[in-house]
Design a protein around this ligand. Structure first.
Ligand SMILES: *Cc1c(COP(=O)(O)O)cnc(C)c1O
Length: 457
């Protein structure tokens, strides 16, 4: 008897509420600085966000309620792929020859292949409820664009996606998936917005970035009455929606008869899959004295948590968003075109930034060849092909497992396998052909863009 390989909860065991860590941060002495109006430097009230977001999501953004009920219609759609499985990586443990027990939560079973529909569906739902008929958004690797295209299709909403140009060119199949779900997709920077035209005028060869694509999508939403904007990460309400992940894991570990985990690992682009897995565990650290280490893994090409400054900055390149206090590399920092397009962001969620600044979580940054080494090791043992973004968490978990091998500690490691890499095979091709490059650590570029942070009193 070798014990369980995976645990799949029944639909009756799905969480009925999202968990809001803002309710428990005061207990840890952590303050959450409010977003600011860039024109006045004053805190931005809910009305300040009303042109681009529906009021229900704005209220979640500022909520300090501990648990927020998941609407029935959203729960029904969640059931298309939730609850998601939690696996014990028995074969990979053996391959790594580690005494650690490694578990991974697999979010790649969703229609879009990642955790992103967990928030796309409620975002489309609340927009539909308030009569919105069009949504704009940005996408990096195409994961968020696909998730929102799918979610808009569920509620009969039009969807327009600005896709970072380097990904648009590297990933034609993601674009086709979005179009299949009814969305319109344009490469960013585009000539359709002032923000896009300004970037192209300065740099006609711009490969784009999430920061630029956000500017384009926000601009269009702000200028049209029928259109609002949806963001796939970073914001409090997005991390809130993702907490279904960690809540399920807690129940699944019980069925594995597992003690409380020693280490939680997640990759961080804007922080949503990481927060979604980690925050229900961080609550136990804060409230019940548990001592789980929580580790964020980010790319060396966009090292916001490990190298960024904890300061107020814009969420986008063209300075259209409110100022948010976060770990930032500067809003005009453009990360190298690594294959993990979903991690190419200059900033970080305010919630994740605040808990990092308070020392409640750890962070490391890693280079792209090492993440593909780890992804190959993982997929050859476990079968699932990780997305390049998720492979950052795979590497983080592997480093912890190898540390355990060295020390002989039989720790419990849980990581989030945030998505599959079936649309990322060009990246794997370049790895297998030995064409994959590590970009030089962008020290000088970070220094330069940090010099342009907005002045806040
Ligand atoms: C978008 C994406 C990420 C990064 O976004 P977060 O908000 O940091 O989670 C990570 N993994 C996958 C598979 C993604 O699609």
């Amino acid at each position: 008897m070798t014990g369980l390989t995976k645990v799949i909860l029944s639909e009756q065991d799905m969480p009925t509420h999202w968990y809001n860590i803002a309710a428990d941060l005061p207990t840890a002495g952590v303050e959450l600085p409010p977003p600011l109006n860039p024109a006045t430097g004053e805190p931005l009230g809910p009305d300040g966000l009303a042109p681009i977001f529906p009021m229900a999501l704005i209220m979640q953004e500022v909520s300090t309620e501990r648990y927020i009920e998941i609407p029935d219609q959203v729960q029904e759609i969640y059931k298309l792929w939730r609850p998601t499985p939690l696996y014990r990586a028995r074969r990979w443990e053996e391959a790594l020859d580690t005494p650690a027990r490694i578990y991974y939560k697999y979010e790649g079973v969703s229609p879009a292949g990642s955790h992103k529909p967990n928030t796309a569906v409620p975002q489309a739902y609340y927009n539909m409820k308030e009569g919105v008929t069009r949504l704009t958004t940005e996408t990096g690797a195409g994961q968020w664009g696909s998730a929102l295209s799918f979610a808009c299709q569920m509620f009969d909403i039009e969807c327009k996606v600005y896709m970072v140009k380097v990904s648009y060119e590297q990933k034609p199949y993601r674009k086709l998936l979005m179009q299949t779900w009814g969305a319109t997709v344009v490469p960013s920077p585009s000539t359709q917005t002032n923000a896009g035209r300004a970037i192209l005028a300065a740099d006609p060869d711009s490969t784009g970035s999430l920061g630029i694509a956000i500017s384009e999508a926000v601009e269009e939403a702000a200028l049209r009455d029928d259109t609002k904007y949806a963001l796939g990460s970073v914001l409090n309400h997005v991390l809130l929606h993702q907490t279904v992940i960690g809540q399920e894991v807690i129940k699944q570990l019980e069925i594995f008869e597992e003690e409380w985990p020693d280490v939680i690992v997640g990759c961080t682009g804007g922080g949503s899959n990481f927060g979604g897995l980690a925050f229900p565990f961080l609550r136990e650290n804060i409230v019940n004295g548990k001592q789980t280490r929580i580790v964020a893994v980010e790319p060396a090409a966009a090292p916001s948590l490990t190298r960024g400054r904890y300061a107020y900055d814009f969420g986008d390149t063209a300075q259209m968003t409110p100022l948010m206090k976060m770990h930032t590399l500067g809003h005009d920092f453009v990360p190298a075109p690594i294959h993990a397009g979903g991690l190419r962001y200059h900033g970080m969620s305010s919630l994740v930034s605040a808990v990092k600044a308070a020392g409640l979580i750890e962070a490391v940054n890693v280079q792209q060849k090492a993440i593909f080494d780890a992804a190959l090791s993982f997929t050859r043992a476990e079968g699932i092909l990780p997305a390049p973004e998720a492979s950052h968490a795979v590497l983080g978990a592997m480093q912890e497992a190898l540390r355990c091998k060295e020390s002989g500690a039989s720790e419990t490691i849980v990581f989030n396998l945030s998505g599959h890499g079936h649309f990322d095979l060009t990246a794997y091709e370049s790895y297998l052909d030995n064409q994959l490059v590590d970009y030089e650590y962008p020290e000088a570029a970070i220094e330069a863009s940090l010099a342009h942070l907005p002045q806040v009193a």
